[in-house]
Design a protein around this ligand. Structure first.
Ligand SMILES: [Zn+2]
Length: 286
């Protein structure tokens, strides 16, 4: 842990050094524009083609062809979900939470994209609707749908509390992926990755910069909607933390299922094409 008090005196020009204006690391004005009007027009006459109910403290997978939509829906009661995404035909292309955070910020909402890992770095999905977009940032600096947390896992739990707990999101995602991909648990574990924390309300404390969570504002009927930019295999865990008001990595919290719905549009969005892998030459100076 960091020390409570610094050991070194501030220099004479400390105020001036702290007063330097920040610069956005990755200005996004040059990214291809998201045409929300075209995406939403494609919902006219769409058809629900699949539904997957994710049981509490467990995970399920789902497949979404490129050009289709999917929704994660709150049912029965407040519940947080941990989302993993892979290219349907290549598990090595997976959601890159860190770069998505660098591009779009700590929390995602309508118009933001979920980017895939290097060397692909292309949009996997675009968020086309978010019924919690009214929440914004609260007085604690909290907001919903973060890409700052990682996923609850039994290793961190073991470090902090000493016991073995088998129904963390990490383990739930492993079991679901192993079954869907027909692979062993060890192989599946290597493909499970940092998540989009759907419906979770999180931030960093202002004084210590620590990751915090608080009860999610989600209510039954709320949803987060995505458009698949490539063929997707998704996995969603209904976190053992439930609404994440108090604790996770245990059976203490009240948990609810989550629903995943997949929709086929009557027509693809005007001008849309599946995303291509990043065009960088990959010579790396050689
Ligand atoms: Zn979890």
């Amino acid at each position: 842990m960091k020390l409570n008090e610094p050991e070194h005196a501030a220099p004479d020009d400390a105020v001036a050094r702290r007063d330097v204006e920040p610069v956005i690391c990755y200005p996004t004005a040059t990214l291809p524009a998201v045409d929300l009007t075209a995406y939403r027009a494609a919902r006219d006459g769409w058809r629900k083609i699949a539904e997957t109910l994710v049981p509490p403290r467990d995970a399920r997978t789902f497949r979404v062809p490129a050009g289709h939509f999917f929704r994660i829906v709150s049912v029965e009661g407040p519940q947080v979900g941990d989302l993993n995404l892979w290219h349907e035909a290549d598990l090595t292309e997976r959601f890159y939470s860190g770069k998505t955070r660098a591009l779009h910020g700590t929390h995602l909402s309508t118009g933001d994209r979920l980017w895939s890992c290097l060397p692909f770095l292309r949009p996997m999905a675009t968020i086309t609707d978010d019924t919690l977009d009214w929440y914004g940032f609260d007085r604690f600096g909290g907001s919903v749908h973060d890409v700052i947390g990682t996923r609850c896992d039994p290793y961190t739990n073991r470090l902090l509390s000493g016991g073995d707990y088998h129904f963390c999101c990490h383990s739930n995602l492993i079991r679901a992926l192993a079954q869907a991909a027909g692979i062993g648990m060890d192989e599946a574990e290597r493909h499970v990755h940092d998540v989009l924390n759907v419906f979770m309300c999180t931030g960093f404390t202002r004084d210590t910069g620590q990751y915090f969570m608080k009860a999610t504002p989600v209510r039954p009927g709320d949803y987060l909607e995505f458009f698949a930019e490539i063929d997707l295999l998704g996995a969603l865990s209904a976190c053992p933390g439930g609404d994440c008001a108090s604790e996770h990595s245990s059976d203490a919290a009240t948990c609810h299922p989550l629903l995943v719905e997949v929709y086929a549009p009557a027509n693809k969005p005007h001008g849309w094409r599946p995303a291509e892998p990043n065009a960088y030459s990959r010579r790396h100076g050689m």
